[in-house]
Design a protein around this ligand. Structure first.
Ligand code: ADP
Ligand code: MG
Length: 246
């Protein structure tokens, strides 16, 4: 179930909202100041939205609210029209896949195939369906040739792709990538960016990054500073002109 919403500042187009952050405020502890303050964002279906901002602006903290890894002090997360509650959190986690910044936090199995199939294996699917999903995920990130490799021998870039594939294999409707190009060399990066761009063909993509190369593929750029949304741009050029050209 989803709602049709018009969002201000995005050329006034109507589109389907798949994820909504509503008046969200958060702090890690009572004594700390707010890390996120009154954030409201609607994410459109099959769009690639980038959330950018300086280190420490609250990007990762915000992302952790999308699947209930953190609970806001006030405000709501609404996924496909349903407000997140403690009860429906697990259902919502099936719809939103998060790839964390560090692939070593996400890869658990010694063999690539076993790691990528772990999610689908826990979804009560047939072996054929599991195989099909893993094959598709491997193809989508172009690592079919790595399926029999040992995970800890992989390069950092290859590990990132294995982490992507593990999430894709669960076929979430929304995929969230935290700093996917961090630590990736400039030779490997363009190909990785193309892979990320291709993700939106089948799903909604949210990318957290301050990498200007990666930001160029955005349909929309949200700028976060000190826990507040301070900008909402419909193209990289508009963002860059406003932010860096005086
Ligand atoms: N687990 C935590 N406990 C307390 N403070 C935290 C924790 N994680 C992050 N912070 C603080 O919250 C702020 C936002 O951090 P983060 O969301 O990681 O920013 P970003 O991802 O934009 O770099 C920072 O000031 C950071 O120090
Ligand atoms: Mg971060």
């Amino acid at each position: 179930m989803s709602t049709l919403t018009t969002i201000q500042g995005i050329d006034n187009t109507s589109y389907e909202t798949v994820l909504e952050v509503k008046d969200l405020s958060f702090k890690y502890s009572k004594k700390q100041p707010l890390v996120l303050e009154n954030i409201s964002i609607n994410f459109a279906s099959n769009n690639l939205t980038i959330i950018s901002g300086p280190n420490g602006s609250g990007k990762t903290t915000l992302m952790k609210h999308f699947t209930g890894l953190l609970t806001p002090q006030s405000g709501k997360i609404i996924v496909f029209g349903k407000p997140m509650t403690r009860k429906n959190k697990r259902e919502i986690q099936k719809l939103i896949g998060i790839v964390f910044e560090n692939p070593d936090e996400q890869i658990f199995f010694p063999k690539v195939y076993d790691d990528i199939s772990f999610g689908p294996r826990n979804m009560e699917l047939s072996w054929e369906e599991i195989r099909k999903r893993v094959d598709l995920a491997l193809e989508e990130v172009q690592i079919t040739h790595l399926q029999d490799r040992i995970t800890f021998n992989l390069s950092y870039g290859e590990k990132k792709k294995v982490a992507f594939a593990g999430i894709l294999a669960m076929q979430p409707r929304i995929i969230v990538l935290d700093e996917p190009t961090a630590g990736i060399d400039p030779w490997t990066k363009p190909r990785l960016i193309e892979i990320i761009r291709s993700f939106k063909r089948k799903r909604t993509v949210i990318v957290i990054t301050h990498d200007l190369d990666l930001m160029q593929i955005a349909d929309r750029i949200l700028l976060l500073k000190n826990g507040k949304t301070v900008g909402d741009f419909s193209s990289f050029d508009k963002f860059y002109t406003k932010e860096f050209q005086v």
